[in-house]
Ligand binder design. Structure first.
Ligand SMILES: [Mn+2]
Length: 449
């Protein structure tokens, strides 16, 4: 509540209301006006941190510019309130079509300068006018990242049902329909400038004996090879895994090992995609990303957080230290594994109770924070301590980086790029949600889950 009252105390909010902007037209001037109020406080915090980090021989301008360059894709399904098995509570003013979803990402990107990409889910977000969509995205500096196929639910008028699986199905007709859907998704993505297809399957079984494990896996491999054949030369196929849900006994692509085998079975353009929430409790995810990078096979990463299962909670809200340890390995890989391609980064979270845009801003902040802390790890000192088997020193090096409050670095990176020093505060001061409700109406519902 403190933040809200702080915001409303400012004259800045009413200044923008008086100008009666449309939500998607938040511009650099409005943000720099907002930043003026924050600048002195930011400078004090930044200088204090800079003094300490410079003494420790960190190159601050390099860290800040790396933070500015880091871009995370926003999935088209994360802009409305998420559903649960029990109910769905709208956050009002939700986007009702792809244009509005891209406008929402534009708002997040203007404020954070970190969300310069959208990841489309097909068939929920098939463009009706490709040229118009591309122009809108271009105007908001948003690129089209990996496209996602959907064979976990039946589409209207489809001949075959995915009730018992898609690429793994015992029926060739079902498998062929699912393969064709993925090929169609590639075509759609290609028209927009995407360079990757992400395949996540709900395929599996809920009861012992329901599936022949070997047949299901082989069918999946063969189907993926057929999809892979339709992949343009400069595209990647990203194979996502998940241990359980919606099936509760077995999942065909259950873990990174299964995903890696399938990717290897397809070819050089196929990679494993790691989703943070798609692991059994206490899995050492940092070790998985490290080994995949060593083998040049980590293609993408989905951010979220969880307490019990695939909870899709805000990034960094539950286990921020685990996120830091993962980023520590990702940074090591980015610096030491030229055999691994640049990763497709995406937030894969969904909410029922938060303003989805505020939630995404919080996730972006947590990602930047973990990244910045990982950049503070002195890899040379760590290597020496590891070679000396100085276990205490190794832990000290990691935890010293983790305990540093890096938020002033992130603020500086955002500000340098034209974003808001405090994006959530700015979002509230600008009255964005109220404006969206005014423009779109209250009871709008975004397509998706
Ligand atoms: Mn995912």
């Amino acid at each position: 509540m403190e933040k809200t009252s702080k915001s409303s105390d400012r004259s800045i909010g009413s200044f923008f209301f008086m100008n009666n902007f449309t939500a998607m037209e938040i511009n650099k001037n409005q943000i720099s006006e907002y930043n003026k109020n924050e600048l002195q406080r930011h400078n004090e915090r930044f200088d204090f941190l800079a003094q300490r980090l410079t003494k420790q021989n960190h190159n601050l301008s390099e860290i800040v510019s790396r933070l500015s360059e880091f871009q995370v894709a926003i999935p088209s399904w994360a802009l409305g309130a998420g559903g649960t098995r029990f109910g769905r509570f709208s956050f009002y003013g939700e986007p009702t079509n792809l244009e509005q979803k891209i406008e929402d990402i534009g708002i997040i990107h203007q404020l954070t300068q970190t969300a310069g990409a959208v990841s489309l889910h097909i068939p929920w977000d098939i463009p009706s006018d490709y040229k118009a969509i591309k122009e809108k995205a271009d105007a908001l500096s948003i690129k089209f990242d990996a496209v996602n196929s959907n064979t976990f639910q039946d589409q209207i008028n489809s001949a075959e049902s995915y009730k018992y699986g898609s690429l793994s199905n015992t029926s060739k007709a079902v498998r062929d329909q699912a393969i064709q859907h993925n090929l169609d998704v590639i075509k759609i993505g290609d028209k927009l400038g995407s360079k990757a297809l992400t395949v996540w399957l709900a395929d599996g079984s809920s009861f012992p004996g329901q599936n022949n494990f070997q047949t299901a896996f082989q069918n999946t491999q063969d189907s993926l090879i057929d999809i892979y054949k339709g992949l343009p030369d400069d595209w990647k196929l990203l194979v996502e895994y998940k241990p359980y849900e919606p099936n509760f006994y077995s999942t065909v692509i259950q873990d990174w090992g299964a995903s890696l085998m399938l990717a290897n079975g397809c070819g050089d353009k196929a990679y494993t995609l790691v989703d943070l929430g798609h692991h059994l409790p206490n899995t050492n995810i940092e070790q998985i990303v490290a080994i995949l990078q060593l083998k040049g096979k980590l293609g993408g990463f989905h951010f979220n957080d969880s307490k019990y299962g695939d909870d899709d909670l805000t990034v960094g809200s539950i286990k921020p230290y685990a996120l830091f340890l993962i980023f520590n390995e990702l940074v090591y890989g980015m610096q030491n594994n030229p055999q691994n391609p640049d990763l497709a980064w995406m937030i894969d979270a969904s909410h029922n109770i938060k303003d989805p845009l505020e939630d995404l801003i919080q996730s972006l902040e947590a990602i930047q924070e973990a990244y910045a802390k990982a950049l503070l790890v002195d890899q040379n000192l760590l290597k020496i301590a590891q070679n000396d088997n100085d276990v205490v020193k190794c832990q000290e090096i990691l935890q010293n980086a983790y305990r540093t409050d890096v938020r002033p670095l992130i603020e500086r990176a955002r500000m340098n790029a034209g974003g808001a020093i405090q994006p959530i505060d700015a979002y509230r001061a600008l009255g964005v949600r109220a404006q969206l409700v005014k423009e779109r109406g209250k009871n709008t519902v975004a397509t998706g889950l």
